[in-house]
Ligand binder design. Structure first.
Ligand code: HEC
Length: 293
């Protein structure tokens, strides 16, 4: 096999192995990065929802406290969920929900996977967050951040302790049977923010792809340069030497072809040595011919 081909195979194998390893590690890193970004976005959104809730508790609720009637918009949970329903219209896949084991509004009843989360938070009072991934109803992959909802203020008890102390308007709208009996500091539900991961995953894949194309480009350039150098400085000069030595050994030509001596590297030295060898050989042959005569 030609030296150049052998070199090509070795370089290709090394490159391809390195290329795969670089691609795989870049993908893992990018994916981790994408997850961290999504989780951060989710946390910011969750804080936004909590802010909407607190705003309602602190600013809106007091305005209606003396009203006989009941205004749904004054309910913290309602305000936060409504806000995010609007976000969901512009950003499908982004969703915020508050779910309870015994909710005031039946639409807020926890599903099986949410019940599990709530039970986890009940059993682990120190746990403040669960981050995980799941495919939502629309088939989208999402990352969610869940936090426990604890009855952290006596103000909650106005509407969630017993039907007797709740505003009459609330009873009228929601009835007397749901969302009561909550106690101070009890974990009664979870708030969950979901953020789609597809966009970030696609970004991760496309940035790994461009990274791999870039590496391949650099490699091809380096490889092209290397083959030109090997050809010009090694294969061609070695070919000349081989041809000359073959001609000498077969005595096909007069031994006078001189190899170029302008190079300072190993090939240059080899050329000079062969040239000297030929001169010596010529002298020896000349002597021999004279002796014969
Ligand atoms: C003014 C009465 C009122 C107050 C005060 C109030 N809530 Fe509610 N809460 C409601 C009503 C009404 C709903 C149902 C809203 C809806 O229709 O989505 C609700 C819903 C919720 C939900 C969603 C699950 C469900 O029951 O439907 C949670 C969780 C919740 N409240 C927690 C709290 C916490 C914690 C506090 C105290 C910080 C609090 N609430 C204070 C009336 C109140």
């Amino acid at each position: 096999m030609k030296l150049q081909n052998r070199l090509a195979i070795v370089i290709l194998v090394i490159f391809f192995g390195g290329w795969l390893i670089a691609g795989a590690s870049a993908f893992i890193l990018e994916k981790q990065d994408a997850r961290a970004n999504v989780a951060n976005t989710a946390r910011i959104l969750l804080s936004t929802a909590i802010s909407a809730r607190n705003y309602t508790t602190e600013r809106i609720e007091p305005l209606s406290i003396n009203d006989d009637g009941f205004v749904r918009e004054t309910v913290p949970s309602f305000a936060a969920q409504e806000l995010f329903d609007r976000l969901n219209e512009d950003y499908p896949g982004y969703s915020y929900s508050e779910r309870a084991l015994n909710p005031t509004n039946p639409k807020d009843l926890a599903e099986a996977w949410q019940v599990e989360l709530i039970q986890y938070f009940i059993q682990n009072p120190d746990a403040n967050e669960v981050v995980d991934e799941r495919v939502n109803r629309g088939g989208q992959s999402t990352l969610f951040v869940a936090e426990p909802i604890r009855v952290n203020s006596t103000s909650c008890l106005e509407c969630h302790s017993t039907p007797d102390v709740a505003p009459p308007g609330l009873i009228k709208t929601y009835g007397r049977s749901n969302g009561f009996g909550w106690e101070l500091n009890e974990t009664i539900g979870t708030r969950i923010i979901s953020v789609p991961t597809e966009i970030q995953d696609q970004q991760a894949i496309s940035s790994v792809f461009s990274y791999l194309v870039l590496i391949a480009g650099v490699f091809l350039l380096a490889y092209a340069a290397l083959s030109i150098i090997v050809r010009k400085w090694l294969t061609i000069p070695l070919g000349k030497i081989t041809q000359l030595v073959e001609e000498i050994s077969l005595r096909e030509t007069e031994i006078e072809s001189q190899l170029p001596e302008d190079r300072t590297d190993a090939i240059g030295r080899l050329n000079r040595s062969i040239n000297r060898l030929i001169t010596t050989l010529n002298k020896a042959l000349l002597n021999k011919e004279e002796n014969i005569r």
